[in-house]
Design a protein around this ligand. Structure first.
Ligand code: ATP
Ligand code: MG
Length: 361
């Protein structure tokens, strides 16, 4: 069986470090591993509209931002198909049929939907489109027969929901769909990077992000004002690592090579942590180290972005071509789905003939 990747992001803002460690960096590695037959990367504008219906300009403006972030991180249109969700109407059609295979109570129990509803204070005013977005996500994944979906941990219940829809579809209509696997980061810190404010998740909607396109100065400011241990007041105080965002980020980003380059008095992160816990290590020193580590990772991305920003029409052209390729792929799957569901009337000569015979008899 082919190995196929489908994943994407909502164009509700520029991409941040959470996206980077949760999914984007891995996608680029998988893309360059040569192990995958096809890779589809989707800018999920239709999904973004489910909770931004009154603000289409926000979605419209951010498509290019997400595309620039993709390309500057190393997604390569020669190897990966980058496309815009709304340009593939087949996805909507698939969603419509999948809706019949899911109950309202199952959607209500979906932990991602639950927590996102809470985060957006929707309470009883949940847009139907938002409520059903796990179904549309199942359509996105299955339209491309994806076997692998690299995502952050918050998306696991979504992939589970897709797998259920696939199993249900295949058992009712015959094997037409492929059951995907989620691929979450091995490093558990990366699968849900907290915000700079220490909140559970770095998220555009919470405004606690370090963006890939932030300037050097913005990154430094954000690192310097990051949440640490509130009881670590004097340098000599023993510090706690529990919920200490600076150390959590170091867990996600720092390597032994970074110590050699920027903080040679320590061999590795374990030594630095031990010193912090003993007391005698100030927050500022740790923050300066984190800043150096992040700047090193982000500088080349920032530089590539500056270059790419010089030719915006070329970026739209990449997305247009990608959307054409994606549309063909999704159309093929939709045809197979309709065949399986027996709603391919005009392609079914046998049906027409059999009915003729019925009426003749
Ligand atoms: P929004 O607030 O609009 O939902 P978001 O910041 O949550 O935006 P998404 O576009 O919903 O971003 O997420 C895109 C991908 O990035 C998903 O695979 C998600 O799991 C991953 N991701 C998002 N935030 C994080 C994070 N803080 N840590 C790890 N992965 C993340
Ligand atoms: Mg999200």
């Amino acid at each position: 069986m082919s190995k196929i990747i489908l994943t994407g992001d909502r164009p509700t803002g520029r991409l941040h470090l959470g996206h980077y460690v949760g999914s984007l960096k891995r996608r680029v590695e998988l893309q360059n591993s040569g192990e995958y037959d096809k890779i589809f990367i989707m800018i999920a504008d239709a999904q973004a509209l489910t909770d931004n219906a009154d603000n289409p300009d926000k979605v419209r403006e951010n498509i290019i931002e997400v595309a620039l972030d993709y390309l500057s991180c190393g997604l390569d249109p020669a190897k990966s198909t980058l496309f815009i969700q709304s340009q593939i109407p087949e996805l909507t059609e698939l969603s419509f049929y999948y809706m019949n295979l899911v109950t309202v109570s199952r959607l209500q129990r979906n932990p991602t939907v639950k927590s996102e509803i809470q985060m957006r204070n929707f309470e009883t005013s949940i847009p139907v489109g938002f409520f059903t977005y796990p179904i549309s996500q199942a359509a996105d994944i299955t339209a491309f027969k994806a076997t692998t979906v690299p995502v952050g941990e918050d998306q696991l219940p979504m992939i589970e929901q897709t797998r259920e829809i696939v199993r249900k579809f295949n058992s009712v209509y015959g094997e037409a769909l492929v059951e995907p696997d989620a691929l979450i980061p091995q490093n558990s810190v990366c699968s849900r990077l907290p915000g700079t404010d220490g909140k559970a998740k770095m998220s555009k909607s919470l405004g606690n992000c370090i963006y890939l396109s932030d300037t050097e100065e913005e990154v430094r400011q954000k690192v310097f004002s990051m949440y640490t241990d509130p009881n670590h007041i004097k340098v000599s105080d023993p510090g706690s690592l529990e919920g200490n965002t600076v150390f959590i980020y170091l867990d996600a980003f720092a390597t032994d090579e970074h110590f050699v380059e920027f903080l040679p008095e320590y061999k590795n992160l374990d030594e630095l942590k031990a010193h912090y816990q003993r007391g005698g290590l100030g927050d500022m020193k740790v923050k300066r180290f984190l800043d150096a580590v992040l700047q090193k990772e982000l500088a080349p991305i920032r530089a590539r972005r500056k270059e790419l920003e010089q030719d915006i029409p070329a970026i739209y052209e990449i997305l247009r071509k990608g959307s054409e390729v994606a549309k063909q792929e999704a159309a093929q799957t939709l045809q197979e789905v309709k065949e399986a569901m027996r709603i391919n009337y005009f392609d079914d000569a046998e049906l027409i003939q059999a009915q003729q015979l019925k009426f003749n008899s």
